[in-house]
Design a protein around this ligand. Structure first.
Ligand SMILES: [Zn+2]
Ligand SMILES: [Zn+2]
Length: 348
């Protein structure tokens, strides 16, 4: 049996390396996983680019992971088998009031980026082996490629948002931005029965949206999105707007294309510098608007995400830009941080 794990770690901005450490001892409620793929999220490449200085180094990050169960602690549930493919939920303790109410993303015991005794931070997503708490694992289909199974976490955050904004079948949902998260949002909104319109300015992202079957994609570098959305909705405007980008200009466009009464806007993405939203509370009041935030995902949305991915109700294959073996982690981060690129996957 192997006793060492190899993992990708950010030493400082613009520098990712592969290190080695002993595999931690397996606890009674834990599982040893042979990790297969970990996709590079904005949280990861943002730090690589030096844009997330609140995240410490050395960061053994990565959280969009899938792998195979190779060993079980003695208290691990029976229906988790050696050889099962799994992906991970975010950490939750399962004991606090938030967890016991189902709001696992509000867990008060979430360590954020934990610091381990050997000095590393993070959850070792870019590692060939890892030890995980069994309750955080969700089974993924054996025939789902590992890099697609790694989409469990991003898809779950999108589902959480869709539940919060309460999409009603037939509503016009405008998704602002056709990056990875925008196109997952668009697919989930379509699955919830929304009639989806996408706004985007980059040509290659517009093409990608079309490839995923979205016909109404507005190129905002050529057309006024508010005017075009009104045209596509008989002058009414959008019922729902999902902001998959975070900037002041996009916020203004959203306000301009929202229908007059009972419009809903979901703020799915954060933005840096901090975006502004110029609206008076009287407008929100008289127009009966709903402005809703969403961040992270609770346990129910993780289970929904596994269903959607396992049943191929959501197609994430086109959202994988490229795949690199762990030795090329530095290169993988370089490619991941090129604007306009979709998810880069690290093969473990
Ligand atoms: Zn992520
Ligand atoms: Zn908790």
């Amino acid at each position: 049996m192997v006793d060492k794990m190899k993992f990708g770690v950010l030493i400082r901005a613009h520098q990712a390396e592969v290190h080695e450490r002993p595999i931690p001892e397996l606890g009674d409620n834990e599982v040893l996983i042979k990790q297969e793929a970990c996709n590079i999220c904005t949280t990861d490449y943002g730090q690589w680019m030096g844009l997330r200085e609140h995240q410490p180094y050395p960061m053994a990050g990565g959280h969009e992971v899938s792998g195979i169960v190779v060993k079980k602690g003695k208290n691990v549930r029976k229906d988790l088998y050696i050889g099962d493919r799994v992906a991970y939920m975010h950490y939750f303790c399962g004991e606090c009031d938030a967890c016991r109410s189902g709001y696992t993303s509000d867990c008060i015991n979430n360590p954020g980026f934990p610091k381990w005794p050997d000095g590393y931070y993070g959850f070792f997503g870019f590692a060939d082996y890892n030890v995980k708490d069994a309750k955080l694992l969700i089974k993924m289909n054996k025939d789902l490629p590992p890099e697609q199974a790694g989409f469990l976490e991003p898809v779950s955050t999108v589902i959480q948002g869709a539940k919060r904004i309460k999409i009603i079948p037939g509503e016009t949902v405008v998704v602002v931005g056709a990056g990875t998260m925008g196109l997952i949002n668009a697919q989930v909104a379509r699955l919830y029965g929304g009639r989806v319109i996408i706004t985007e300015m980059m040509e290659r992202k517009i093409e990608k949206a079309r490839k995923l079957g979205f016909e109404d994609v507005i190129n905002i570098s050529k057309e006024d999105p508010a005017k075009k959305v009104k045209e596509l909705t008989n002058g009414k405007g959008a019922d729902v707007i999902i902001m998959a980008v975070g900037n002041s200009k996009a916020n203004q466009q959203a306000l301009d294309m929202l229908k007059k009464l009972r419009g809903k806007i979901l703020f799915f993405a954060a933005g840096f510098p901090i975006p502004e939203l110029k609206i008076s509370s009287n407008d929100i009041h008289y127009r009966k608007m709903e402005l809703i935030g969403t961040y992270n995902a609770d346990i129910d949305s993780f289970f929904d995400a596994a269903e959607y991915l396992n049943k191929r109700l959501i197609n994430v294959q086109p959202l994988i830009e490229e795949s690199f073996p762990l030795e090329y982690i530095q290169k993988a981060f370089e490619i991941a941080s090129i604007p306009g690129n979709y998810r880069v996957s690290v093969k473990l």
